[in-house]
Design a protein around this ligand. Structure first.
Ligand SMILES: [Zn+2]
Length: 369
C-alpha cells in the first residue's frame, strides 16, 4: 500500500475497493527510464543528463535528480529507512518498476552510491577531518564525494573529493569549520526548544523508572543471598553441614552481596544525573556549538548526519546545503513557504532531530560519570 505522495514518474491511484497504490505515469516514467539508460553509457556527467532530461520536460531540480537516480523505487523496490530497532533495508514494493533491478544496480555502481543493500560497505576509519564524508555530492557530476589527505610542503591537507573525471575537491577544514561556525552562531528558534526539552525530560523520567525497577530487582537478589547465608548458618549449627562448607557458602554470599551493592550504587549514580535539570542538558540546545565541539568524533558525525539526513551538493556556503526542516529549526527564512504535505514531513523530521539529539546528550552525560 502506498500512502505518501507518489514519486516522480508515478501517480497516486485508488482501486475500486479503496486501496491506494501508485501507477507509472508517462511521459515522466519514459524520461526517467531514458536517464538510467543514459547513465550506464557513461557518455555524459549526471548534471548534463539532468539538463537533457529537463529540456525534454522532466520537472526535477538537480538535487532532487541526484536523489532520484539513487532511489530503488524505480526498480520496484522500496527503501525502508533506519528505525530504532532496525537498519535501513530495501524490500520489494507492490508497484512495478520503471527499470530492471540489474539496470538500477549497474547505475548505482557507476555513481559509487551505497544505497543498495547488496553493495558491500567498505569499513572506514573515523577521522575528525572527514566528519561530512558520505553526506556530500559532487556539484559537477553528482557522485558521492569521498575524502582523503595529501601531504603538502609543510602540513597535511584534507579534501572531500570526487572520484570522477571532474576532479572536483574542496578542503575539509573549510567545510567542517563552516558547519561548526553555523552551530556556534545560529540559535535554535525558541519555539522549538520545548520539543528538545520534552525529550530530555522523557529520558530522565524513563531512567528514574528504570532505576526503581532495577533497585527492586537487585533488592530481591540481595534478600535471597542473605537467606542463603542464614540458612547455611542454621545447617551448620544443627550439624547438617561441616564448618568448611559453611565458610564457603558464607564467603560466596558475602562476595555476591558486595557485587550487588556496588551495582546498586552505580545505578543510583546514573539515575541521579538529571540530564535536563541541574547538569544543564536543557541548556545544550541553546549552545549546540559547544556540545558539538566537546563531542567525540562518532557523535560529531552523527550530529552532522542529523543536519544532513540526505546527501547534499557540496557548497562553500553551508546555508545553501541545509535542508528545509533545519532552516525551520533555526528560524532561517525559507525561499518559498512549504506545502501542507511538506509541512507534515518537516514536522516529523524535526521531531526525529530532537529525539536523536537528546539521546546523544544523554550518552555524553553518562560518559562523564
Ligand atoms: Zn565529480
Amino acid at each position: 500500500r502506498w500512502i505518501n505522495k507518489a514519486p516522480l514518474g508515478y501517480r497516486n491511484k485508488t482501486t475500486t475497493d479503496g486501496q491506494k497504490y501508485i501507477s507509472q505515469y508517462d511521459p515522466e516514467a519514459f524520461l526517467i527510464r531514458e536517464v538510467f539508460e543514459e547513465i550506464i553509457k557513461e557518455r555524459f556527467s549526471l548534471s548534463e543528463i539532468h539538463k537533457q532530461a529537463t529540456s525534454k520536460g522532466l520537472k526535477c531540480s538537480l538535487s532532487a535528480f541526484y536523489r532520484l537516480v539513487r532511489n530503488p523505487i524505480y526498480c520496484g523496490q522500496i527503501k525502508i529507512p533506519e528505525s530504532e530497532n532496525e537498519k535501513s533495508k530495501v524490500i520489494n514494493g507492490l508497484h512495478t518498476g520503471i527499470i530492471s533491478v540489474s539496470l538500477f544496480e549497474r547505475v548505482q555502481k557507476i555513481l559509487g552510491g551505497k544505497n543498495n543493500s547488496n553493495f558491500v560497505k567498505r569499513k572506514k576509519v573515523l577521522n575528525e577531518n572527514f566528519i561530512l564524508r558520505g553526506i556530500l555530492l559532487c556539484p559537477i557530476c553528482g557522485k558521492t564525494l569521498t575524502a582523503s589527505s595529501s601531504q603538502g610542503r609543510n602540513r597535511k591537507y584534507y579534501y572531500y573529493h570526487c572520484t570522477g573525471k571532474c576532479k572536483y575537491h574542496i578542503r575539509t577544514d573549510y567545510l567542517n569549520k563552516s558547519f561548526l561556525l553555523f552551530l556556534q552562531k545560529e540559535q535554535i528558534d525558541v519555539s522549538f526548544l520545548k520539543i528538545g526539552d520534552d525529550f530530555l525530560k522523557e529520558i530522565d523520567r524513563g531512567r528514574r523508572e528504570a532505576y526503581k525497577s532495577k533497585k527492586r530487582e537487585i533488592g530481591k537478589v540481595m534478600d535471597r543471598s542473605i537467606d542463603r547465608s542464614l540458612n547455611a548458618h542454621q545447617l551448620f549449627s544443627t550439624g547438617k553441614i561441616d564448618y568448611d562448607d559453611y565458610l564457603l557458602i558464607k564467603e560466596s554470599c558475602k562476595t555476591h552481596l558486595k557485587i550487588c551493592a556496588s551495582e546498586l550504587r552505580e545505578q543510583a549514580l546514573k539515575a541521579g544525573v538529571d540530564i535536563y535539570g541541574k547538569n544543564g542538558g536543557g541548556d545544550i540546545f541553546s549552545h549546540l556549538g559547544d556540545f558539538y565541539e566537546i563531542s567525540d568524533v562518532l557523535t560529531k558525525q552523527r550530529i552532522a548526519k542529523l543536519f544532513f539526513p540526505e546527501r547534499v551538493i557540496a557548497d562553500d556556503n553551508i546555508l545553501n546545503m541545509l535542508p528545509e526542516f533545519i532552516k525551520e529549526i533555526f528560524g532561517i527564512k525559507l525561499p518559498k513557504s512549504p506545502s501542507t504535505i511538506e509541512k507534515i514531513g518537516n514536522k516529523e523530521k524535526i521531531n526525529h532531530f530532537f529525539k536523536e539529539l537528546s539521546l546523544y546528550v544523554f550518552e555524553q552525560q553518562l560518559k562523564g560519570l
